[in-house]
Design a protein around this ligand. Structure first.
Ligand code: G3P
Ligand code: MG
Length: 265
C-alpha cells in the first residue's frame, strides 16, 4: 500500500521533526528513535549556499546549533541558512542545545537520557532519507525554502526521492505552494500536500485538484469534522499539526483524520 493510500485510510501517527520531545529536532538520533514507534516522520528542508538540501527547521542557525561557540562563525548566528556552505553547516552541532535546555522537560522527567556524546552534525536530506528508508516508515518532507537556483533545487529533490526509491512512501509538503507546483510538474509521481496555518483555500478541493495534491496539512485549530468530510468525500486526506495534547490527538484520530503530526510518540 502506498503512503497516500495509508493516509486515506487514516489514523496515522507522524513524528514531528523526528521524535522531537525526547531528541534534538531534525537530528539523526531523533529519526532513529522513530523506528517502530510511528507510521511516518516529518522533517524540514532548506538548501545550503552551494545548493545541497539539509534537514533543519529554522531560517537561521542561532536557536538550535552551537554556532556562538565556533570561532569565526559566532557573528553569523542570525544569517539565513542559505548563506552557509554545506561544509560550514556540517561544522555545526545541532544537538547539544537540546540536552542543555531540555525544552520539553523529558530529560528531567526521565523519559529520555543524556547520551555520552551530545554532539551531532546537521544532516543532509540524502543522509536522512538513507536512514529512514531502512525503517519502512512513511516520510513527510517539508520543504521550507529552495536555493536561488530553483530549477536545480527541484531537480535535486526529484533525484534524491527517486534514488532512495521513495515515490510510494513519501509526501512533500510546503507552506510555499509554488514549490509543490514546480515539483509536481518536474515529477508528477511525487505526492504533494500544501501546508496552511492561518487560511484555508476557498473551494478547497478545487484548489487541491488544481495543485495535483493528495491531501491538506492544517494547523490543529483549523481542523474540523466538516473540513475532514469535505476532503475525504473528494478523495483527499487531512493531516493535522502539531498535536501534543493526548485527548485532542485521540479526538482527531477518532474522527478519522489521515494523520496527526506530534512531538510526542
Ligand atoms: O509540517 C507540519 C509542521 O512541521 C509545520 O510547521 O514550523 O513545525 O515546520 P513547522
Ligand atoms: Mg515542519
Amino acid at each position: 500500500m502506498t503512503l497516500i493510500e495509508k493516509l486515506a485510510q487514516g489514523q496515522l501517527i507522524c513524528a514531528h521533526r523526528g521524535h522531537r520531545a525526547c531528541f534534538p529536532e531534525n537530528s539523526l538520533s531523533a529519526f532513529a528513535d522513530c523506528a517502530g514507534r510511528c507510521d511516518l516522520v516529518e522533517f524540514d528542508v532548506h538548501f545550503s549556499a552551494d545548493g545541497v538540501p539539509v534537514v533543519f527547521h529554522d531560517e537561521t542557525p542561532g536557536r538550535t546549533t552551537n554556532i556562538l561557540e565556533i570561532p569565526g562563525m559566532a557573528g553569523r548566528a542570525g544569517e539565513p541558512l542559505s548563506e552557509f556552505s554545506l561544509l560550514e553547516l556540517q561544522q555545526l552541532d545541532n544537538s547539544s542545545w537540546f540536552y542543555r535546555e531540555d525544552p520539553f522537560g523529558q530529560l528531567r522527567a526521565g523519559k529520555t537520557r543524556l547520551p555520552a556524546d551530545t554532539r551531532q552534525s546537521i544532516c543532509t536530506l540524502d543522509e536522512v532519507l538513507g536512514l529512514l528508508s531502512g525503517f519502512g516508515l512513511g516520510i513527510n518532507i517539508e520543504v521550507k525554502s529552495l536555493h536561488r537556483d530553483t530549477d536545480h533545487s527541484i531537480a535535486t529533490l526529484v533525484e534524491l526521492i527517486g534514488a532512495a526509491g521513495l515515490h510510494e512512501d513519501c509526501v512533500v509538503s510546503a507552506f510555499d505552494h509554488t514549490i509543490l507546483r514546480s515539483l509536481k510538474s518536474a515529477d508528477p509521481a511525487i505526492a504533494v500536500a500544501p501546508l496552511v496555518d492561518d487560511w484555508i483555500p476557498r473551494n478547497t478541493t478545487d484548489y487541491l485538484r488544481e495543485l495535483g495534491a493528495s491531501g491538506l496539512h492544517v494547523e490543529d485549530r483549523q481542523a474540523t469534522p466538516e473540513l475532514l468530510r469535505e476532503l475525504t468525500d473528494a478523495g483527499y486526506y487531512l493531516a493535522v499539526y502539531t498535536v501534543n495534547d493526548a485527548e485532542r490527538k485521540r479526538e482527531l484520530l477518532d474522527w478519522g483524520v489521515g494523520a496527526v503530526i506530534t512531538d510526542f510518540l
